[in-house]
Design a binder for this molecule. Structure first.
Ligand code: MN
Length: 201
């Protein structure tokens, strides 16, 4: 059974004007879809053909001979996680349990936001910024290219922000900081973070 491109959790025009339908047509319809197609081509007839997406990621991580497989599998996972990390009418102050933990582990929402933006801004080239929980404590991570924190023991991903240029170039051109600010203010899905937090407990 080949992998399928997962449905978006909202319509392609529903993040506009913050992220345009045009961006989702390319980013979801072309880039994410291509990772799924490449992954299916790479696993066809291999010993990983029946493995779960997470198992493929774990079994190819750090193995240079499986770099293509890892890159495509991890990008399929990362993008699905990214779509859920945003919501129409999202953004702003966190709510629920994640709000408590942000205050406890970063001091305030403002301190979290500046650290999260710094992770995205200092990821040179393509990659991702993440909010994760490890050993009961929130941490911010950045990863290059397709790298994903789920390969690290004890880490549960809570939210991610794609900082590849394809995530923002049509709407913000080179201005990654403007995209990151809008992600925080208008799009971030705290309900998804709370769901992931509850599942990690
Ligand atoms: Mn992307």
């Amino acid at each position: 059974m080949a992998f399928a491109l997962p449905d978006l959790p909202y319509s392609r025009d529903s993040l506009a004007p913050h992220i345009s339908e045009d961006t989702l047509n390319f980013h979801y319809g072309k880039h994410h879809n291509a990772y799924v197609t490449n992954l299916n081509n790479l696993i066809e007839g291999s010993d990983l053909e029946k493995a779960s997406l997470e198992d493929i990621i774990m079994q190819s991580a750090g193995d240079a001979s499986k770099a293509g497989l890892f890159n495509n599998a991890a990008q399929v996972w990362n993008h699905t996680f990214y779509w859920h990390s945003m919501a129409p009418n999202g953004g702003g102050q966190p709510t629920g349990k994640i709000a408590e933990l942000i205050n406890r582990d970063f001091g305030s929402y403002e301190d979290f936001a500046s650290e999260f933006k710094a992770a995205g801004a200092t990821q040179f080239g393509s990659g991702w910024a993440w909010l994760v929980i490890k050993d009961g404590k929130l941490e911010i991570r950045k990863t290059p290219n397709a790298e994903t924190p789920i390969t690290e023991a004890g880490v549960t991903a809570l939210l991610t922000m794609d900082v590849w240029e394809h995530a923002y170039y049509l709407d913000y051109q080179n201005a990654r900081p403007n995209y990151m600010q809008v992600f925080l203010d208008q799009l971030i899905n705290w309900d998804f973070a709370n769901q992931n937090l509850a599942a990690a407990a």
